[in-house]
Design a protein around this ligand. Sequence first.
Ligand code: ZN
Length: 341
Amino acid sequence: MENTNFAVDKILELCKIPSPTGFTHDICKHIAEELSKMGFEPKFSRKGSVSACLGGEGEHLVLAAHVDTLGLMVRSIKSNGCLRFTMLGGFPANNIEQENVTVHTRDDKTYTGTVYINEPAVHVNRDSGGAKRNDEGMEIVLDEIVKTRDETLALGISSGDFVSLDPRCILTPSGFIKSRHLDDKASAGILLALAKEIADKKLSPKRKISILFTTYEEVGHGASSGFADDTVEMISVDMGAIGDDLQTDEYKVSICAKDSGGPYNYEVTTALINLAKELKLDYAMDIYPFYGSDVEAALRAGYDIKHALIGPGVFASHGYERTHTKAVDNTLKLLRAYIGA
Ligand SMILES: [Zn+2]
């Protein structure tokens, strides 16, 4: 449980670091520092992912979680001084209505603001409830005294600036973790906890193990590069989907049998299920109807590897998400057993 607490601390810490897809340098640097502190030797890929070998010999297994998240980018500055945005990653715009945001300019200034529909006042706009929620009907209202495009430009904000969403991280006394971007920072925290345990207890995995923190997953090419050529197997550690007719919930480790990219590797997926049964873990095997994982990006890039997908169940994915410490614990236990440390 001690290590699960460490994972939860890391999850909350990671959720608070802005990392919309394409703007992941700070979080990757942070992760590299964490891994160095543990005594590992983190490596960066050219496109910004971080990886570290945790030791072991034999068939190389890579555990991959992504640290890029959904977010926004400034598309243009409107005549009223507000910002029109474009979305980074896929989500319905109503999921960010009235969310606080931070604009990150390319010269390292930050400005806060909030996403509203145009004319949000119900005392003025009779149709505020029915108005279309999309990038045309919504805008970012800056917390700055600006009324014109020129005034906003004078702040140094321009098209192409990244915008991060307030994660609103909360750990409740009942063990729920509520935050944006648990997809996939919940798994990234779990991988850091696994690394910490191997380092602290000087464990030697029964095969060669690396962990990989990818970027650009939310736009489809996260794990298409950035790992060693001798990799024979990769497990995407990413959120388990929860919803209609699925068995996964916020307490379970979810093992995915098939998603939009087709079925996962028979041998690896079956081994994970058998292990979960043997350990009497709270787990579910599911089929995610609208889901693509990072390891599929690796396969599409041409790598000849065995692939699987597991992760903690996350409710309300790509919205204000929620999971429970029990799901973190179950995922950590399954991974620990699978790597044989
Ligand atoms: Zn994800």
